[in-house]
Design a protein around this ligand. Structure first.
Ligand code: ADP
Ligand code: ZN
Ligand code: MG
Length: 481
């Protein structure tokens, strides 16, 4: 059996502009009470006229540049007509005939290989409002309320070619896209809050029989994990159908969080259902070459560029650079730590294992410590005051409380023993107690040295400076011959 999965994504990105797409209402409405950021324009009152928010155009252009798209000097808005209670005008303003950008690509890293995913188009549109169902369930609600705060919030829609060939690739694509959006500071990229929404089209090709299944659209996947889970489920469902000589419906399905399956929502609508036509109230967008050049020159370093720079400049492995660059805050933190410690690889190891583990456990994206914390920790290890084992032991507390490493050590009464006389005493005692071991050492069994080191560690409960213990044991055993 050989089945090939085909996936294309349509992604909506909420832009972090101060105001909405075509009016001066504020655009950060997530925590506002319902219907408190609305005006005649975004609620579609007769006679109200839209005015294009020019930051929105710049933000879209930044994303388009980062996705290697061709940005068009001429683009235009159109009306997409449909009836739904969350759409007060009865149409959505979008860019259908002349999108601002087309034909780009984004490279993703899949199991160490680079895969290029083509971007078909990128266009600007406005968001719709939100229905709030009584009792939270659409099927059982007695009534629904409409919150129009979200009406008119600027969105960028990104449509890929069907170049993705697994649910994992789809997840990696959206993750990488979010990284870029955050680098650009054009969107929060929070999937849980709806600032990044992904619809996926999926079909499966039976390569032996040379037939392709119908394509299914999957919605409602509001986390990276669900993108992968929902598509895995759907992929399997389609393959089962093909195995039975059947096909799946060409339809739209939604990921259901509680049952962990996809559920049919509706038949797929055709483009002609929307009766697109040019928006008569908004002039075309003319994006001049000068404006494009200006935005190009103000673009921040993007993840892929950062990865190359880290490899070259800090001489760290590509894997490290890729992990660090996934999150701009972490990448910046890394660089600040290296500046202070001058230990690029050690810091990279520390961040990738100790720090990322803590962040994952705390389910946070916030770095709650400063580069000073890391440099103090490293200098304590350098001076032999603590072992790496002790450093790892105290790090969670440092990260959780923001206390300096020295303070944690003091509070816990943990200090590495670097008192030579004290260590010598323990070694001497062990030598008198076990003359046989000393004999063995003299007769050439030098690995017996481990026994003496072990004795010291036992006596000091593991807090003796290992390098020092090693030196002293060697010196005393040599001296006894
Ligand atoms: P529609 O008219 O349904 O919007 P489009 O041609 O605009 O279809 O494509 C929408 C999305 O579906 C794109 O992201 C595209 O990559 C994806 N797509 C197109 N064909 C397929 C297919 N056979 N299997 C999976 N995805 C597909
Ligand atoms: Zn408004
Ligand atoms: Mg389409």
């Amino acid at each position: 059996m050989s089945y090939r999965t085909v996936i294309g994504l349509e992604i909506h990105v909420q832009l972090m502009t101060k105001t909405k797409a075509f009016c001066s209402c504020r655009a950060d409405v997530f925590e506002l009470p319902p219907n408190t950021a609305i005006c005649p324009v975004c609620t579609g009152q007769p006679g109200a006229l839209p005015v294009v928010n020019s930051s929105m155009i710049d933000y879209a252009a930044k994303i388009a540049l980062a996705l290697n798209c061709e940005i068009h000097e001429y683009s235009r808005f159109d009306r997409k007509n449909y009836f739904y209670p969350d759409l007060p005008k009865g149409y959505q303003i979008t860019q259908y005939f002349y999108p601002i950008a087309t034909s780009g690509y984004l490279d993703i890293d899949i199991d160490g290989q680079t895969k290029r995913v083509r971007i078909r188009r990128l266009h600007i549109e406005e968001d719709a409002g939100k229905l709030v169902h009584e009792g939270d369930s659409i099927t059982q609600a007695q009534y629904s309320l409409v919150d129009m705060n979200r009406c008119g919030i600027p969105l960028v829609e990104i449509v890929t070619e069907p170049d993705l060939s697994s649910p994992k690739e789809a997840r990696l694509f959206v993750e990488k896209l979010r990284t870029i959006l955050r680098y650009l500071e054009v969107s929060t990229g929070d999937m849980e809050k709806g600032a990044l929404r992904c619809d996926a089209n999926i079909s499966v090709v039976d390569e032996l029989k040379d037939i392709q299944s119908n394509r299914v659209e999957v919605k409602n996947m509001n986390s990276f994990k669900f993108i992968e889970k929902a598509l895995e489920y759907e992929q399997q469902r389609i393959i089962e159908a093909l195995k039975n000589g059947q096909n799946v419906e060409k339809e739209t399905r939604g990921w259901d969080l509680s049952s962990k399956i996809t559920i049919s929502m509706r038949g797929k609508e055709e483009e002609s259902d929307y009766r697109y036509f040019p928006e008569p109230d908004i002039p075309p967008v003319i994006f001049s070459k000068e404006r494009l050049e200006h935005i190009k020159s103000s673009l921040v370093e993007l993840p892929d560029q950062k990865i190359e720079r880290f490899i070259e400049f800090y001489k760290i492995p590509r894997y490290d650079a890729t992990v660090l660059a996934m999150n701009k805050e972490i990448a910046d933190f890394y660089e600040a730590c290296v500046k202070q410690t001058n230990k690029p690889k050690e810091v990279s190891n520390w961040i990738m294992t100790e720090m990322l583990r803590e962040m994952k456990q705390l389910e946070t994206e916030q770095i709650s410590i400063t580069p000073m914390h890391i440099s103090e920790l490293f200098s304590l290890m350098d001076k032999g005051e603590i072992s790496i084992k002790m450093a790892k032991e105290i790090f969670p507390e440092i990260f959780r409380t923001g206390k300096m490493p020295s303070q944690v050590l003091e509070e816990r009464g943990m200090k590495q023993i670097s008192d030579e006389k004290f260590i010598e005493q323990i070694v001497r005692k062990a030598m008198t107690q076990n003359p046989k071991a000393v004999e063995q050492y003299k007769s050439g069994k030098t690995n017996i040295i481990g026994y003496f080191i072990g004795q010291v560690m036992k006596e000091t409960k593991g807090s003796a400076n290992p390098q020092l213990v090693n030196d002293i044991v060697k010196r005393l055993l040599e001296g006894s011959t």
